[in-house]
Design a protein around this ligand. Sequence first.
Ligand code: ATP
Length: 301
Amino acid sequence: MEIIEKAPAKLNLFLDTPFRHPDGAPEWKMIMTTIDLADYVKVMTVSNTKKIRVETDTGFLPQDQKNLAFQAAVRLQKKFRIDQGVQIRIRKNIPVAAGMGGGSTDAAAVLRILNQIWQLKLDLNQLAKIGLTIDSDVPFCIYSQTAAVTGKGEILEPLRQIPPVWIVLAKPKASVSTVNILKKIPYCKLQHGNFVQAKAALLNRNLPCLIGSMTNVLEQVTINELPQIAKLKQKMLDFGADAAQMTGSGPTVFGICSKLSRAQHVVNSLKDFCEQVYLVRPCHLNTNYLLTPKFEKYSQI
Ligand code: ATP
C-alpha cells in the first residue's frame, strides 16, 4: 500500500522566548502559518523486512536515522510493534535549513500517512505528542494551520487564517545552524514582542495590526552571524513589501504584500540579490482540521 501527502512549509509571524527550561529547551511564544510551498512525501510499506529506507531527490539530505522522516517511521514502528518495513520517497521543494520547518513537516507527513496505512487510529493530538519527541515544530506541522504555539512546541491554539496576502520568500545561499543560534539567545537583552496583540490581530483578521506586531527575537542573533539578512530585509521593504521578517532561526526572509503587482515587483527586484526567491500564498493543509466557530484550543498535550 502507498500514500502520498503534501508537507507544507511554515513561517513564523511571531517568535519570542520568555525563558529557557532547565533541560535547555526554550519556552516558546510563537505564531506560525503554513504556505503553499510544500514537499511531497510518498510512503510505501514493504513486506518480508522491517527495514526503513528514505530517498530524497536532493542528493545531499541524510537517508538514515538523521532524516526526521526516518525517525517518524521508527517511532511508530517501535511503539506499535509493527512487523513491516517502509520505503519513504521525498520530493523536496522546501529549501533545507532555511527556517521553514522542512524536516519537521516531512516527519509530520510520515506520521499522518503511517497512522492510516497501519490503521493505528491515533487522533491528531496523539500524533502531535509522538511528533514532539522528534522536533519542537512537528506538533504544529501535524495540523499545519495558523496557530499560536507555546510550551516547548506542544501547546497549540488555533488562530484564523491570515488575511489574503502575497508572500515573497528570499533564501540567502549561506545557511545557519538552529542549534547554534538557540544557544546564543541573549535572554537578559531580549526585546519581547506583544504576543496577545499579535494573536488578537489574527483572530480579528486585522492585517495592519498583525504587521505592527510581527516579531522574531532570533533575527538579531542570526544577523550577528549573517549581516546580509538585515540588507535583504531592508531591500524587501525598499522594493515595496508592507512588512519583512526572518522566519525561524533563518536565514530566509519573507515579505508580506497585500497586492499581487507589488509582490511581483519585489520578486523581480530581489532576483539580482538573491538566488532563491519564491512567491507564495498562505494555505491550510486540510479543511477537515479547520477551526471551530469558537476557536477553541484543539490541542493541549
Ligand atoms: P530547524 O529550525 O528545525 O532546524 P529548518 O526549517 O531551519 O529546521 P530543515 O530544512 O528542517 O531546516 O533542516 C534542518 C536540518 O535537518 C538539516 O541539517 C537537515 O540535514 C536535517 N534534516 C533531516 N531530515 C530532513 C528532511 N526530511 N528535510 C530537510 N532537512 C532534514
